[in-house]
Design a protein around this ligand. Structure first.
Ligand code: ATP
Ligand code: MG
Length: 460
C-alpha cells in the first residue's frame, strides 16, 4: 500500500465523463472534479495535484489556455488530454505547450491507467513520502541535547532557502553530516550534492576543480574540464575547509557569489551559478578576518546563515544516544550480538571530553565492538588511551577544584562532593580495568566500603 495517494484532477464539461472516470480511478487515486478550466485552476491552487485529465474543448477557458496557465504556474502536474475524434492535431499542439500525453474519447480505461502509472513514475513522490524521506534523514542524525535539537530546527528551516550557509565547528562535530542534511531536507534533494575539500588541492587545481577549465588554459589542460559549479547544476555545492583557500581564489569566489556567474579557467563564456552553496570550516573565521588571511567581504557573503555545531563535550546528553546509535549501526556487519553498554561504561564515556568529537566516539565504539569480550560492553572494553585520558582529565579537574578551594570563598556553587566521589571511583575503576580490589586499594578504602559506594551510586 502506498503511504499516500497521488491526486488526479479531472476537468470535463460532460458530467458522464467526469463520473465515469472518477468511478474507474478512485480506488487507486484521490480524485478531484471540475466542470470547467477556471474551477480546475482553482482546485490546482488549493491541492497538490500529480496529474490533470482535461478535455480540450470546453466553454469558458479552453484546454489550450488552461495548459498555458498551468505551465506558467508554480505547480507542474502532468497533463493528459482527453481528445474527441478529429482533434488529434490540437492534442499535438498541446503537447508542444508541455502537456504530457493524450487519450482519445471514448476513453480506453486500461490504456489510460497505464499512461497514468507511467507518468507517475516520473514524478517525485507525493508529499507524505517526501515527509517520510525527511524523517529518515533526521533519524540518522542523533540530536538529544537541547543544543542539537535547536540546531536541527534551524537546519530544517533553512534547508529550502538559497542563502549560503556557513557551518562552524571543531573537527568531527558533524559539519559534513549537517551539510548533507541541508541538502537532503531541501527541495533540491533529488539534485546532485557535491563536496569539494578545499584544503586538499593547491590553488590552480582548486580553481579548475571549482570552475572547470578550457582546453589549453594551461600546460597539461589537454581537454575541456567541467568544474563543480557547473556539474552540480541546481543541487548543493559543499565547500569544505573554506578557511584554507588562498586569497586569490577568495577573490574569484567572491566574484561568483556577487554576480552568480563564472567562467571556466581560460574561457570567456559566462556560466550561471545555480547551485546552493554550503561552506564549512573548523577555523576561527572572525579571527582570520581580523588577521587579514580571509577576506571580510567574502566572509559576509558566506555566512548569510551561520550554523555553529557545538563540540561534543558541551552537549554530553548526546553521548549515550550516540554510543547506542553507532553500536546498532555496527551490529549489522558483526556476526556476534552485543546487547549494549554497561551503565558504568556509559558513565565513563560520558565523562570523557572527546577532543575528536563524534568521529572519535564512532571510532571508539567500532573498536569496542571488534574487541568485545562479552555481550555487554563494560569498563574493561573501553580503549586504554581513553581510560588514561579520563584519568588525567579527572586528575586535572580535582587539582583545579583544590586550587579553587584554596583561593575561593566567593565561589558560587558548593563543590558537589558526591559527584566528585563518584567520578573518583569511576576513575579508579577505569585505571584498574574494573578490578574492584585494586580500585579500593588505590582509593585507600576497604573493598567493602567500595562495594557500598558502588551500590549507593548505582555503579554495577
Ligand atoms: N549528530 C550526529 N549523529 C550521527 N552521526 C554523526 C553526528 N555528527 C557526526 N556524526 C558522524 O561523525 C563522523 C564525523 O562527522 P563529520 O565528518 O560530519 O565531521 P566534520 O565536522 O565534517 O569533521 P572535519 O572537520 O574533521 O571534517 C561521521 O562519521 C558522521 O557520520
Ligand atoms: Mg568534514
Amino acid at each position: 500500500m502506498p503511504r499516500s495517494k497521488h491526486t488526479i484532477l479531472i476537468i470535463d464539461d460532460e458530467k458522464n465523463t467526469r463520473d465515469g472516470l472518477k468511478l474507474a480511478l478512485e480506488d487507486k487515486y484521490r480524485i478531484l472534479l471540475a466542470e470547467d478550466a477556471i474551477k480546475g485552476l482553482k482546485l490546482l491552487n488549493e491541492n497538490q495535484v500529480s496529474i490533470v485529465l482535461t478535455d480540450l474543448r470546453m466553454p469558458g477557458m479552453d484546454g489550450m489556455d488552461f495548459i498555458r496557465q498551468v505551465m506558467a504556474g508554480p505547480q507542474k502536474p502532468l497533463i493528459i488530454m482527453l481528445t474527441a475524434y478529429g482533434s488529434i492535431q490540437t492534442a499535438i499542439e498541446a503537447m508542444k505547450l508541455g502537456a504530457y500525453d493524450y487519450v482519445s474519447k471514448p476513453v480506453d480505461l486500461d490504456n489510460l491507467e497505464m499512461m497514468i502509472e507511467r507518468g507517475l513514475a516520473t514524478l517525485a513522490p507525493p508529499q507524505d513520502d517526501q515527509d517520510s524521506k525527511k524523517a529518515e534523514v533526521l533519524s540518522n542524525i542523533v540530536a538529544v541535547s537541547d543544543k542539537m535539537k535547536k540546531l536541527m530546527e534551524l537546519v530544517t528551516q533553512s534547508a529550502d532557502s538559497t542563502a549560503t550557509v556557513l557551518l562552524l565547528g571543531e573537527s568531527g562535530t558533524g559539519k559534513e553530516v549537517i551539510a548533507h542534511a541541508l541538502h537532503a531536507l531541501s527541495n533540491r534533494a533529488d539534485k546532485p550534492f557535491t563536496a569539494v575539500h578545499c584544503a586538499s588541492l593547491n590553488q590552480n587545481l582548486l580553481e579548475s576543480e571549482l570552475f572547470g577549465h578550457e582546453k589549453g588554459a594551461f600546460t597539461g589542460a589537454t581537454s575541456r574540464f567541467i568544474g563543480r559549479f557547473e556539474s552540480v547544476e541546481d543541487g548543493t555545492l559543499f565547500l569544505d575547509e573554506i578557511g584554507e583557500i588562498s586569497l586569490p581564489t577568495q577573490v574569484k569566489l567572491l566574484r561568483v557569489l556577487e554576480n552568480r556567474t563564472f567562467e571556466r579557467v581560460g574561457g570567456t563564456e559566462q556560466l550561471n551559478m545555480r547551485a546552493r552553496l554550503v561552506a564549512a570550516t573548523n577555523r576561527d573565521m572572525a579571527a582570520m578576518v581580523r588577521e587579514g588571511t580571509f577576506r571580510e567581504d567574502l566572509y559576509y557573503r558566506m555566512n548569510v546563515v551561520t550554523i555553529e555545531i557545538p563540540p561534543l563535550r558541551e552537549r554530553k546528553e548526546d553521548i549515550p544516544a550516540l554510543l547506542d546509535f553507532f553500536l546498532k549501526r555496527n551490529q549489522d556487519a558483526k556476526s556476534h550480538h552485543i546487547v549494549g553498554f554497561s551503565p558504568e561504561a556509559v558513565n565513563l564515556l560520558t565523562a570523557y571530553d572527546w577532543p575528536g568529537n563524534v568521529r572519535e566516539l564512532r571510532n571508539c565504539v567500532e573498536r569496542m565492538t571488534v574487541f568485545a569480550r562479552g555481550q555487554v560492553l563494560t569498563l574493561g572494553d573501553v580503549p586504554a588511551e581513553i581510560r588514561q585520558s579520563i584519568a588525567k582529565q579527572f586528575e586535572q579537574s580535582r587539582q583545579d577544584a583544590q586550587t579553587q578551594e584554596g583561593t575561593a570563598s566567593q565561589q558560587d556553587e558548593p563543590l558537589d562532593v558526591k559527584s566528585n566521589e563518584k567520578a573518583l571511583i569511576l576513575k579508579a575503576l577505569a585505571e584498574c580495568n574494573g578490578n574492584r580490589s585494586h580500585a579500593a586499594e588505590k582509593l585507600q578504602i576497604s573493598r567493602r566500603t567500595l562495594q557500598r559506594k558502588l551500590k549507593e551510586y548505582g555503579i554495577q
